[in-house]
Design a protein around this ligand. Structure first.
Ligand code: FES
Length: 417
């Protein structure tokens, strides 16, 4: 197991000199040293330009009280400095993630599966204060320094308010988010975070649900939202089971912790079984009314489970996908980009977002499932086929569209991204 850990040095240096206690001081540059394998922050001198001194020196003419001439000078200089700052800015580079409300620092990186490319990040507030609470199944939006936005489930302990933990598998040929997390977020890096939010909440049997037992199914990195649920089920003495699947046993994250939970956990990997799992492999042998199924993993696995339990009366299915569901009942249409006039064809089995990304690769998006709102666009002409559960009627009436899921009833849409 490879661990890089950030060391809290606040007790060793005066707070105002420690980069971690100074929001906006550029933490990536502040975390520079390495002592005994632990990375520590270096001190940063106070900004010499601002603010102007608060304490005026005593009199220059031999008196012991504040000097009136110096007071006048201080007031005049402060006013001049404020005016120049307002006019020209303070000369510091604006970090693109500064606009977001929560900025967290990467305080540890850990490899969580031997031989695989899964890294776990620990994120804390720069002043190490408590973070917003969360519950099993929650995720955060991670705003990367490049401007990419990606969503990652929280796998840590909800009772530990000091940090969030996410785990990211490298997708070498993906859209770049996982590579950036792996290659460009060292300990000390600063990221923006929104959330936590929960679209996959765990409802314990006995609380707002008639379920009597819980079955979890996780595929590979899909274990991340499931893991806190499993811990909660175990902690509260629920009747639960887990099937955890993947290509190779050695690449499954968090395997050590899960195997310690005994025969409630079934590990099923393709290299040991020689074939992909069927629905019967993924589900308990006697799925019945009163079961709650929680699953997270690749689309084919989720489709297998949904097809198997969809018509079972009294069975709850709670699912979170890695990626967008396939387009259902899609008709081809065209998008006219309002800014450039470019015409884009959207195929029957293609999302509008994918079509627009071909022409404008910088178009923002995140969840691809119609619940985060990142891909919002404005439609000035055409009839939108809204397929999200996020927008209000007023927003729809105003021509707002989510490109990742919604389509067109008309042959054309004129869109501003
Ligand atoms: S990308 Fe999240 S709603 Fe479209």
């Amino acid at each position: 197991m490879v661990v890089e850990r950030y060391v809290d040095v606040r007790s060793r240096v005066p707070p105002r000199q420690c980069g971690i206690d100074r929001p906006g001081s550029g933490l990536p540059g502040a975390i520079a040293g390495s002592q005994g394998g632990a990375r520590v922050s270096t001190t940063t001198p106070a900004d010499p330009r601002w603010p102007a001194p608060q304490d005026v020196p005593v009199g220059l003419r031999g008196g012991t009280g504040p000097d009136s001439i110096l007071r006048l000078l201080e007031a005049a200089i402060s006013a001049r400095v404020r005016w120049l700052v307002a006019l020209h800015g303070d000369g510091r580079q604006q970090n693109p993630i500064d606009e977001y409300k929560t900025r967290l620092v990467v305080t540890a990186r850990t490899a969580v599966a031997s031989g695989s490319d899964v890294v776990s990040l620990e994120l804390r507030a720069p002043d190490w204060s408590d973070l917003a609470p969360w519950y099993p199944g929650a995720h955060i939006d991670l705003y990367l320094p490049s401007g990419r936005i990606r969503q990652y489930s929280l796998w840590g302990d909800p009772a530990d308010r000091r940090c969030y933990r996410i785990a990211v598998r490298r997708i070498a040929d993906g859209t770049g988010g996982s590579n950036e997390v792996h290659d460009e977020l060292p300990v000390g890096a600063l990221v923006g975070v929104r959330g936590p939010r929960n679209a996959f909440g765990f409802v314990e049997p006995g609380r707002s649900t008639r379920a009597e037992r819980v079955h979890f199914v996780a595929g590979g990195i899909g274990i991340t939202p499931i893991l806190p649920m499993v811990r909660e089920a175990e902690r509260t003495g629920l009747n639960w089971t887990l099937v955890y699947v993947g290509r190779e046993r050695r690449t499954l994250p968090f395997l050590d912790e899960l195997t310690r939970l005994g025969d409630r956990v079934t590990i099923r990997t393709d290299d040991e079984y020689g074939a992909l799992p069927t629905a019967d492999d993924l589900l308990p042998p006697n799925v019945r009314s009163g079961d709650a199924i929680y699953c997270c993993g690749p689309v084919p696995m989720m489709d297998l489970i949904a097809a198997r339990v969809r018509n079972e009366p009294g069975v709850e299915l709670h699912a979170e996908r890695f990626s967008a569901a396939p387009v259902v009942d899609g008709q081809p249409f065209r998008i006219r980009l309002a800014r450039t006039g470019q015409i884009i064809d959207v195929a029957a089995d293609q999302t509008a977002l994918d079509a627009v990304l071909r022409a404008e690769p910088g178009t923002p998006y995140s969840c691809r499932q119609g619940f985060c709102g990142t891909c919002t666009a404005h439609v000035s002409d055409g009839d939108i086929d809204h397929r999200d559960n996020l927008l209000t009627q007023d927003e729809r009436d105003a021509g707002t569209m989510l490109l990742c899921v919604s389509r067109a009833h008309s042959p054309y849409l004129t869109v501003t991204t």
